[in-house]
Design a protein around this ligand. Structure first.
Ligand code: SF4
Ligand code: SF4
Length: 460
């Protein structure tokens, strides 16, 4: 039987009662004692002192009141479980403007699974009969009708592939590897989809685009419409049946299918295929010496910085920490191993950026808040659709950080981050160029393939 939001909330009861309301989760810092801050900087959203601890919860920064910071939401969860509070529209309006960025869970020394709690609260709120906000009702209706939240026609999902001469990969029956494109790259940021598929082609990869692909369900898991999300999950599991591996170019789809699906699938079932983001493959091929890059005059000397998408960065890092905590017999001893594994995870995209610096001549420069402490782009958690002004102000705060380190190009590996950062860049005139890493590789024809990857390397 499908799980409900209230079931998940009960499963998370220990976490909810573990919160001591210390409010450390409202801040972020460099996380690296030997790394100096970049000092005070006045950007489009005001002045921020990038030293030590900085207010970091986008919802708290925007709304200010106690309930909007994470610790307030944990009080709400506790009160609901104790029967002291009922779900109402007022409670919903506190729960919804949260980007589910996970900054709070990364900061919490008590390891409270804050994003899980917030998403379960939202699902339980809907189950209690409180209607979703209008914008979320609209996207819920659209995805039920068209299998995507943008209102795009189902038969135009892979128009980008036809236009770019990549039609032969649609329903390519011989392939064991799938490329899950997702709705944002299919209907909006098609440059990300085209770049990814072209890089796969250059690598000699035999892959397939599945025409029955539907929305991964990410926005619906986030806003509490878990019935809709689970329907989409079941359609995708059926569509991708028989494949051994799925590659992704969207951080949100990758997180949803890898982390959320197993949580919402029946307990006796496992994900039937392996999953990996395209940047992990490129990073691995650089490490084993099969890929390097060609020099490029246009990019030489450009200052390039990297925005860790919450969904590939922090959410995976927190998930691996939770898994290791569950398995640990001596947490004091294992904490060092957890930190090492997280550090290795955050280094994966940075292997590509350092190689671009070495071969192409870009100047890779980190922002102040990175990795576990990375500031969100503002798009996730249903916030882009439901609260666009808040969403874009958050993206502009992130663009301010890129400006503070003198970046020319702000890269990321998620079309949804791309969209929001790019829109804020235009709206608030930050003067940046926003680009995906694979998009940069494809657009400037940078890939220098030394040796084709084997099928084993592509599948492992
Ligand atoms: S979630 Fe963690 S960091 Fe935040 S108030 Fe609770 S115990 Fe403190
Ligand atoms: S998930 Fe992000 S926006 Fe939501 S409470 Fe936590 S830090 Fe704030």
């Amino acid at each position: 039987m499908a799980k409900t939001g209230m079931d998940r909330l009960q499963e998370l009861k220990k976490d909810i009662f573990k919160c001591i309301h210390c409010k450390a989760c409202r801040f972020a810092y460099s996380g690296e004692p030997d790394r100096e801050g970049i000092g005070e900087f006045t950007g489009k959203q005001g002045t921020v002192l990038y030293e030590g601890m900085v207010d970091a919860c986008p919802a708290g920064i925007e709304y200010g009141w106690e309930a909007f910071w994470n610790a307030g939401k944990i009080w709400i969860a506790r009160s609901i479980l104790n029967g002291d509070l009922e779900f109402t529209e007022e409670v919903r309006d506190v729960l919804m403007p949260c980007i589910t960025c996970g900054q709070c869970s990364a900061q919490c020394e008590n390891k409270v699974r804050t994003v899980d709690i917030i998403e379960s609260l939202r699902a339980a709120c809907k189950e209690a009969g409180v209607p979703m906000i209008d914008k979320h009702q609209l996207v819920d209706r659209l995805v039920k009708e068209l299998n995507n939240p943008y209102g795009g026609k189902a038969d135009e999902r892979f128009k980008w592939a036809k236009d770019a001469g990549l039609e032969k990969y649609i329903d390519n029956k011989d392939a064991k590897i799938g490329y899950y494109v997702g709705c944002t790259a299919s209907y909006r940021q098609v440059e990300v989809a085209i770049a990814t598929a072209k890089v796969f082609e250059q690598l000699g990869m035999n892959f397939t685009l599945i025409s029955d692909e539907v929305c991964c369900g990410s926005p619906f898991f986030r806003v509490g419409a878990v019935d809709t999300a689970q329907e989409l999950m079941n359609k995708n599991l059926e569509a991708f049946k028989g494949l051994e591996k799925l590659y992704f170019s969207c951080a949100g789809c990758y997180r949803t299918i890898t982390i959320d699906y197993p949580k919402w699938m029946p307990e006796d079932q496992k994900l039937p295929f392996k999953t990996q983001h395209a940047f992990e493959l490129i990073s691995k091929l650089i490490t084993i010496g099969k890929v390097s890059f060609k020099p490029n005059k246009e990019l030489k000397g450009k200052v390039v910085t990297y925005h860790d998408p919450c969904h590939t960065g922090r959410h995976f890092a927190v998930d691996m920490e939770q898994e290791m905590i569950r398995e640990s017999k001596n947490l004091m001893f294992d904490m060092r191993k957890i930190k090492e594994r997280q550090e290795a995870w955050f280094d994966v995209p940075r292997v590509i950026l350092r190689k671009l610096e070495e071969d192409v001549g870009i100047k890779f420069t980190e922002m102040y808040r990175i990795k576990l402490n990375s500031m969100c782009c503002g798009a996730g958690g249903g916030v882009r659709a439901g609260y666009p002004d808040f969403s874009l102000r958050t993206a502009s705060l992130r663009c301010d950080e890129a400006n503070a380190v003198g970046a020319d190009i702000l890269t990321t590996e998620c079309p949804f981050c791309w969209r929001n950062l790019s829109d804020a860049n235009d709206l608030y005139t930050h003067g940046l160029q926003v680009m995906g890493i694979l998009e940069m590789i494809s657009k400037y024809n940078l890939l220098d393939l030394k040796e084709k990857p084997t099928q084993k390397e592509l599948l492992e």
